[in-house]
Design a binder for this molecule. Structure first.
Ligand code: BGC
Length: 266
């Protein structure tokens, strides 16, 4: 039995990077998948074709997750297509890096808007549907599952990325607070905290040997992560095998959080 058979998942920011791989993996595990994308329809269509060519079910759904009207329209379309939602992977995320003194309000608002407000808006719509529908025992023990794609930077401060690190720190408390609030309703809320995963967001670093070497100094396991490293955890965390897990972040970071500088220092 595939782990997510018959369930419906929405993955935001699914046209590239971690989101695209999570979308493919959830479809392989038997879920119908809403492949959200902000702008690039051809890229989202490619992910949908990957899924349908492999015998799965998916639709592309355009929405800028920082916009309330677009988020509600996206949920309406997903629910009209597949009847309900069982799993939200709130994954859409951006970086707009800047030294702190030079950071513009636009850079701040853009990152908080997508990474944190987007998580709030999508989680709220998902929760409304989970509460309306309740548990369907044939599909899952839970009434719904939410997974935020957070980051090691929900705990590791990151110079030059005050907006991004703040969005992920905020996401951690959003995740924990709604996990606490909604556990009695059988809704599980967790995060995955990736470290350095090879995606477009950090391509400027891993695309050259010096960048790889400097990243690997921060990764005890000494390799940059692949999107599948995260996607397989997402499938499992959304499944009933993880039914007793709520309110936590699972880090997928090759040990980045182990303070590798202390291996020789301190
Ligand atoms: C960031 C990447 C970075 C990684 C490790 C992620 O959350 O988006 O750019 O490489 O954290 O620092």
């Amino acid at each position: 039995m595939r782990l997510l058979e018959g369930q419906t998942a929405l993955v935001t920011g699914a046209s590239s990077g971690i989101g695209a791989e999570v979308a493919r993996a959830m479809a392989t595990a038997g879920a119908n998948v809403g492949v959200n994308y902000p702008f690039d329809k051809p890229q989202a269509d490619r992910v949908v074709s990957d899924i349908t060519n492999a015998g799965g079910k998916a639709i592309a759904l355009q929405a800028d997750v920082s916009r309330e009207d677009q988020v509600t329209a996206m949920f309406e379309k997903l629910i009209a297509t597949y009847g309900t939602i069982d799993i939200l992977v709130s994954n859409a995320g951006i970086q707009k890096d800047s030294a702190f003194a030079d950071m513009t309000l636009q850079q701040w608002n853009a990152v908080i808007g997508v990474n944190l407000t987007g998580g709030f808006l999508c989680a709220r719509e998902a929760v409304k549907e989970f509460l309306r529908r309740g548990v369907v025992p044939e599909r899952s023990k839970a009434a719904g599952k939410i997974i935020f794609t957070s980051s090691v930077h929900e705990v590791i401060p990151w110079a030059g990325h005050a907006n991004y690190a703040s969005s992920k720190g905020g996401m951690m408390m959003l995740m924990k607070t709604i996990a606490q609030e909604l556990a009695p309703k059988k809704i599980r809320v967790n995060s995955i905290g990736p470290g350095a995963i090879k995606t477009p967001i950090n391509e400027s670093v891993w695309s050259n040997p010096e960048g790889v070497a400097s990243m690997c100094k921060l990764i005890p396991y000494a390799r940059i992560g692949e999107t599948t490293d995260v996607a397989l955890v997402a499938v499992w965390l959304a499944s009933d095998q993880a039914d007793y897990i709520t309110g936590t972040t699972i880090f997928v970071d090759g040990g980045m959080l182990l303070y590798p500088g202390f291996r020789t220092g301190g």
